[in-house]
Design a protein around this ligand. Sequence first.
Ligand code: PAF
Length: 284
Amino acid sequence: MQVVDNLVALRTRIKNWRADNEVIAFVPTMGNLHQGHLSLVKKAAELADRVVVSIFVNPLQFNDKQDLDNYPRTLNDDIKQLSELRCDLVFTPDDSIMYPRGMSNQTSVHVPGMDDKLCGLGRPGHFDGVATVVTKLLNMVQTDIAVFGEKDYQQLLLIRQLVQDLNLPMDIIGAPTCREQDGLAMSSRNQRLTESEREKAPLLYQQLQAVKTALLENRQGLDAALADAQSQLSEAGFETEYLEVRRADNLQPLQSGETTTARILVAARLGSVRLIDNILCDLA
Ligand code: PAF
């Protein structure tokens, strides 16, 4: 496994693989890798001859400076974990490679229809930051396939849309959320939970499941089920940002009686940590 921090070395390696007609799969990350990330790398290895992982904590997508400063940076440990998998190349650019003219002079990619809902409302500018860095990374790596986790479901849809809208010649693959034994979705943020917050955190997934059960049993009872889930979360100390049921294909609100695949999505703060999760609910 090779680790490169510059574009010339990255491009040289990719060019050689392309010349040999090898299929390349790419997993962009911000590091601090856990089993969830590693499952994306394993998925990429199943789908391609060559696997590239990037590690870059993207300042452009943090609307909160403290959140950016607190983001754990564990490069040596990340590289060690990747070296134990089938990963061929790790790309570790810094801000000067990604934003050579500074972030405020960077051409920005905006995917419409994302800022006015769910995570877009609570994190102004976040999705432009994600869309911009992912477009740049996809162009730098010139991959055939890119793998993203379903845990960041709105991000996955945003990337699918930008790849379609900009005619980028690659497939976007969504991979299922990895969970701890108690159901908590794996996230780099989990390690910032205190011991007592960590004990409460699985309630988020439990309430998603409670809403799903209620929705499948009786569609009319959805509002009551959402209100009940919110109040259970708030009693346990969560501050809910949103808890909603949306169409899975475009995150539009579900119309009454609509028979489609839905996603139940939540974002909530527990102490200083913002957690998100979502599950599928098939109403078709
Ligand atoms: O999901 C993430 O870790 C980031 O948003 C991504 C896709 C690597 C872009 O910085």
